[in-house]
Every structure is written in structure tokens, then in C-alpha cells.
Design a protein around this ligand. Structure first.
Ligand SMILES: Cc1ncc(COP(=O)(O)O)c(C=O)c1O
Length: 398
């Protein structure tokens, strides 16, 4: 009998039998599927897990970014072209939403140790117009919050943390997502835990929390906590309270189904993170054998998102990527590489002064990591790398 071809996918289904059973039980026991008590329950559980006062469940990580920045713009009465500092390597909606809101992204190069900002470049790019540093804890690595806070000093600049790829990663003193004004998470399929599509916003700021609730759901006053209802009813007596709009909002709500799945997945999130981190450590041991060719950083606070390969030479990276693909191992760039090379940004921003982002763009890729990456798979990877690095045709430049 022929062996099945080996397949190591970038994303695999992490919705378990137990999660499905919980969903079925919920579906058969309710007639209410739109945002209601299960969403609130999941938000409370997430706040407890994360260690933040308020959480707002939305339908994607990108919707979380949209809500956050439209709320901040309104709350702080920002002018058009207010400057928001962003990394050159992150997910595209971290940038496109700022442009859609007429805010001005200011790109900063990254570093290749924790994949956050090049901290010298960050210090150089802050101006009097900078209102926010929108950092990404990329592929599970916590950014160095201490350095960033030192760079900010006494200036009135807030931190917004994109934790979509790093839930549970730790800085010196807390989980990422607790270090700034607001943070966001994605539960897209293939992340550490999933609600199929979904995202979460976290903050300790009550006013912003209320604005997120309003904007998530059309701007409707009834979305606010019950104890505020009387005040708004009295204030706007000529309008039916159920259709009272306090601000310009969106509809980026999620559903009861997603919330039930989220609560069910959250029960095992710590286990999933530990499994991913365990595989990452074993991966580091495997690649340690080839220090002349590649490296991947270590970090005590990691919540591993993937297994990254950073090659010293671009042609070897290209060969290795092709080789692994042919062997059934899916690969992709580190998120999307240097975003300044993307067509719609290239026409607006100069791709000058981003050597590290460009290095990652050209010399790095990743393969999937999740709870299914076991010793058998890692052994297979070890054998594949041995085959590759002992074959001169792959590693000698022709
Ligand atoms: C760093 C980062 N930010 C934002 C997002 C957007 O999340 P979503 O896909 O849920 O919209 C992602 C998506 O994977 C991401 O990796």
C-alpha cells in the first residue's frame, strides 16, 4: 500500500469534538443567535483570562482595528492626518484602516530579534504630531514594552497593542495586551484559538469601552450598560430609546454561536499555548545544527504563532522554501513581508530606510505551528533539513 503524501499545512482545524458538541447543545437549546448573553459571557471570561477590565467581542481582528481607531479619533477629536506610528511588517489592515480614517501611518523599520520596531528608528520617527504608537506583537514575540515606554518618556503618546498573533505572550510584568490604552486580538481560524471569524478589544478605560459598545452596533444607545439608559432616555425624550443613535457607528457585532465556540475554546487556550511553545523550543534545537545558514530568536515570553526560518542568504531561503513545499510542507512569508513593497502602499510611501523589514521580506518564511505539531512531525522536519543542508545543490550558489 502506498503511503499517504506528507502534508504539513499552515492552518489546521483546531475546533475539537468537544467544541462541536457544545455548539450543537447550544443550537438545540436556544432560539436566540444574534449578540446576547453568550457574547457578554465570553467577554467576561476573556477579560478574566486577559486581566483587563473591559472586553468587546467583534466579528474580526480587522473590525477591532476599525472600531478602535474610529473611536479614538472621535474621543480625542483628532485632526485629519494625525500621525500613528506603525511597523513596516504587520498585517495589512493595521495600515489600510488608518488610511480609510484619514489618519497618517508613519512607518518604522522592525528588528529581527523580537520582530517589533527597530527601537532607534522608532525614537527618530516620533514627532509632535504623533498621537499613537500602534505596535504589533508579531508571530508570538512580545515587543520590548520597557524600551518603548522609555522612548515615549513624558510625551502624551498612547500605546495600542495588536496581539492578534500573540495572545498569552508575556512582557516582564504582564501579558501582552495589558501594556497600553487598548489592545486587540483575532480569533480567525488558524490562530491560537478560534471563533472561525472574530476579534476582541480590551481596555481599562470606561469611556472608550462605552464608545466601542456604541460603535460596534450602529451607534445605538441601548448597547450601553443598563444603568446609563435612564440618563439618555431623559435627555432625548422625543426619540424612541430603542432607536436612539448617539454616535456614527458600524455593525461589526459577532453572534451567540461564535461566542459559545469562543468560551469553549478559551478553556484550552493555555494548553494550546504551552503545546505551541513546547514545539517551538524543539524546533530551535533542530535548527541549531545549522547556525551558518539560519537562525530563529528565542524569547522567554513567547506565545508561538509559527515556526519561522530566517536564512542568512536569500538564494538558500528560496531553495529551502521550494524544497519544503515539494515535500508537502506549506510555507508563507512572515505575515506579508515588508508592507512598503505592496502595490497600494508603494505609490504613497517611500520604501527607503527599512533594511530589516526588507531582510525579512527576502530571507524569511514560516511554516505552521499548532497543537498538531508533534514529535513525529518534528522528526520528519529534522530529517528534511538534514537532507537539504547536506546537499550541495541547494546550498552552493551557482
Ligand atoms: C497582526 C495581525 N493583526 C490583525 C489581523 C486581522 O485579524 P482578522 O483576520 O481577524 O481580521 C491579523 C490577522 O491574522 C494579524 O495577524
Amino acid at each position: 500500500m502506498k503511503n499517504k503524501p506528507f502534508l504539513w499545512k499552515l492552518q489546521e482545524n483546531i475546533i475539537e469534538k468537544e467544541n462541536k458538541k457544545t455548539l450543537i447543545k447550544f443550537i438545540t437549546s436556544t432560539d436566540r443567535f444574534t449578540q446576547f448573553t453568550q457574547v457578554k459571557k465570553f467577554e467576561n471570561e476573556w477579560s478574566a483570562w486577559q486581566g483587563r477590565k473591559y472586553s468587546v467581542f467583534v466579528n474580526s481582528g480587522s473590525s477591532a482595528i476599525l472600531l478602535i481607531f474610529s473611536a479614538l479619533k472621535e474621543y480625542y477629536k483628532w485632526e485629519k492626518d494625525t500621525e500613528i506610528i506603525v511597523p513596516a511588517v504587520t498585517w495589512i489592515t493595521d495600515i489600510s484602516i488608518l488610511l480609510q480614517l484619514d489618519l497618517q501611518p508613519v512607518f518604522v523599520d522592525i528588528n529581527c530579534n523580537d520582530f517589533s520596531f527597530d527601537y532607534d528608528d522608532l525614537a527618530a520617527k516620533i514627532t509632535s504630531k504623533t498621537k499613537i504608537i500602534f505596535l504589533t506583537h508579531l508571530i508570538g514575540f512580545p515587543a520590548n514594552i520597557d524600551i518603548i515606554k522609555k522612548i515615549i518618556g513624558k510625551r502624551k503618546i498612547h500605546l495600542i497593542e495588536d496581539c492578534c498573533e500573540s495572545p498569552g505572550a508575556k512582557t516582564f510584568y504582564t501579558k501582552v495586551g495589558n501594556c497600553g490604552l487598548v489592545s486587540l486580538f483575532s480569533f480567525y481560524w488558524g490562530h491560537h484559538m478560534t471563533t472561525v471569524e472574530g476579534g476582541m478589544i480590551c481596555t481599562d478605560n470606561k469611556n472608550l469601552y462605552h464608545l466601542f459598545l456604541l460603535k460596534r452596533s450602529h451607534g445605538l444607545a441601548r448597547e450601553l450598560p443598563k444603568k446609563l439608559h435612564r440618563y439618555y432616555k431623559n435627555k432625548h425624550k422625543d426619540i424612541d430609546f430603542n432607536f436612539l443613535f448617539l454616535t456614527n457607528g458600524f455593525n461589526v457585532r459577532n453572534t451567540e454561536l461564535s461566542a459559545v465556540l469562543g468560551s469553549s475554546q478559551l478553556e484550552k487556550l493555555d494548553v494550546y499555548i504551552a503545546q505551541r511553545n513546547n514545539s517551538y523550543q524543539k524546533f530551535l534545537t533542530i535548527i541549531k545544527k545549522y547556525p551558518t545558514f539560519l537562525y530563529s530568536p528565542n524569547n522567554d515570553g513567547i506565545s508561538s504563532f509559527c515556526l519561522p526560518f530566517i536564512l542568512k542568504k536569500m538564494y538558500i531561503k528560496n531553495n529551502l522554501q521550494k524544497f519544503l513545499t515539494a515535500e508537502g510542507v506549506e510555507t508563507r512569508p512572515i505575515i506579508s513581508g515588508n508592507l512598503l513593497r505592496q502595490p497600494f502602499l508603494k505609490s504613497r510611501f517611500k520604501n527607503k530606510g527599512f533594511p530589516h523589514a526588507d531582510f525579512l521580506h527576502k530571507n524569511a518564511f514560516y511554516i505552521g505551528n499548532n497543537q498538531f505539531v508533534d514529535n513525529k512531525r518534528l522528526k520528519h522536519l529534522k530529517n528534511l533539513l538534514e537532507k537539504f543542508f547536506t546537499n550541495p545543490k541547494y546550498i552552493i550558489y551557482e
